[in-house]
Design a protein around this ligand. Structure first.
Ligand SMILES: C[S@@+](CC[C@H](N)C(=O)[O-])C[C@H]1O[C@@H](n2cnc3c(N)ncnc32)[C@H](O)[C@@H]1O
Length: 265
């Protein structure tokens, strides 16, 4: 996982106070409020829990984040374990949960006992595609399930949004090549993109506050402010590119958000 992704997740957790590090499933009538975001994120988790096939008992929460989903699965009576390569998440997880935690990337993990189901809630995008299927086969019992909820990049995607996530077509080819069966494949793009709209709203408001707070300085000392803008031009450009990532219309053009339930041979 890149350092900037790691920082973003810590920012969501520590600064915005969001315990959950994934998109939400929104209702069409939902307004863009932090309360509705939290409800949408809980709805996303409930949606995943409902999709767990009958007979599943042992689950590995791959990329378990702060452990919220692990706790939910534990409360539902599953035998669940967490895995994440992130040091901060390891500390949060092990402080709050008394279940096994594997401090590894999935690529480097070897299962001592195989699982009925591997859950990848917005973590598949960080795992090397070939290794993902190879290791999933090794970690799963025969006919075990690989549950993935994540965004993928469409074939003709361009710009910043084409740079994060696996290519959808290539991913689905690998599903076939590695002999997984597709039990379910749902496109939930339209119900998750309000998560981007609220994030953009928060960023736009923060930028407006900075604009208002610095207005006086800009009026009184235009040459100094032009110099400061020049000094920080790279940071400003980077900021603009980051905002592009929050454009939900662009997201829909370039990405597809999928729920995939796959079954191992
Ligand atoms: C966006 S967060 C999702 C967290 C949690 N699953 C959720 O739905 O809230 C991505 C997670 O993937 C983990 N991750 C990043 N690279 C990984 C890798 N190579 N193998 C396993 N997990 C990884 C991160 O540490 C983090 O826990």
């Amino acid at each position: 996982m890149s350092q900037s992704n790691d920082r973003t997740l810590r920012f969501c957790h520590e600064v915005l106070g969001l315990e959950r590090l994934h998109y939400g499933i929104w209702m069409p009538e939902d307004e863009l409020t932090l309360e509705n975001l939290k409800e949408a994120q809980v709805r996303y988790e409930d949606y995943l829990v409902e999709k767990i096939p009958k007979g599943v008992q042992r689950i590995l929460d791959v990329g378990s984040g702060t452990g919220i989903m692990t706790r939910k699965l534990l409360d539902k009576g599953y035998d669940v374990e967490g895995l994440s390569p992130d040091q901060h998440q390891k500390e949060v997880f092990t402080e709050n949960l008394d279940v096994p935690f594997h401090h590894y990337s999935f690529e480097r993990f070897t299962a001592a006992n195989t699982y009925d189901c591997l859950l990848m809630s917005e973590s598949a995008q960080y795992v090397n595609m070939e290794k993902l299927f190879e290791n999933a086969r090794q970690c799963l019992k025969p006919n075990g399930y690989l549950m993935i909820c994540d965004y993928f990049v469409l074939e003709n995607a361009t710009g910043m949004l084409s740079k994060s996530g696996h290519k959808y077509d290539r991913f689905m080819d690998l599903v076939e090549q590695t002999e997984f069966t597709v039990v379910s494949n749902e496109d939930i793009t339209d119900s998750v993109t309000k998560t981007l709209d609220i994030a953009k709203d928060v960023v736009d408001r923060a930028l407006l506050s900075v604009d208002i707070a610095t207005e006086k300085v800009r009026r009184k000392s235009p040459r100094i402010s032009r110099f400061v803008l020049w000094m920080f031009r790279k940071k400003i450009e980077e900021g603009k590119r980051q905002i592009e990532l929050l454009d939900s219309a662009e997201f829909k053009k370039n990405k597809t958000y999928r729920f995939l339930l796959l079954q191992a041979p």
